[in-house]
Design a protein around this ligand. Structure first.
Ligand SMILES: [Zn+2]
Length: 112
């Protein structure tokens, strides 16, 4: 029994249920394999969705206390690693999550 993996899959399923059950582009249902949790502080989370069918990518933020989620489409030149790097620069507060969200919405490239 791998409890840690079970736990992670449960979280991924939670995000699928609460943020995005289907791909915006082609309507393909997301599975836990398509979800990548970039950051999860318990209060706020950044989640990466990648459609296995049409390859479109989305990034979502989820703020647990108020159940607020938002998501944006991602340009392909921004991979999960880069987002992670950006998100991990500081301890991320809700404000910073929203800034990352705004940043991702307005930019296609990360300049550090
Ligand atoms: Zn799709």
């Amino acid at each position: 029994m791998d409890n840690k993996k079970e736990d992670l899959n449960e979280k991924k399923q939670f995000f699928i249920d609460n943020i995005s059950k289907f791909c915006d582009k082609c309507g393909n249902p997301f599975s836990i394999e398509d979800v990548n949790i970039i950051q999860n502080t318990g209060v706020s989370s950044i989640i990466h969705f990648s459609c296995s069918n049409c390859k479109s990518k989305h990034i979502a933020t989820f703020v647990s206390p108020i159940g607020m989620s938002s998501r944006v489409s991602l340009n392909t030149d921004l991979d999960t690693k880069e987002i992670k790097k950006f998100a991990m620069r500081n301890e991320t507060s809700i404000q910073e999550i929203l800034e990352i969200y705004k940043f991702l919405k307005n930019n296609t490239k990360i300049v550090l």
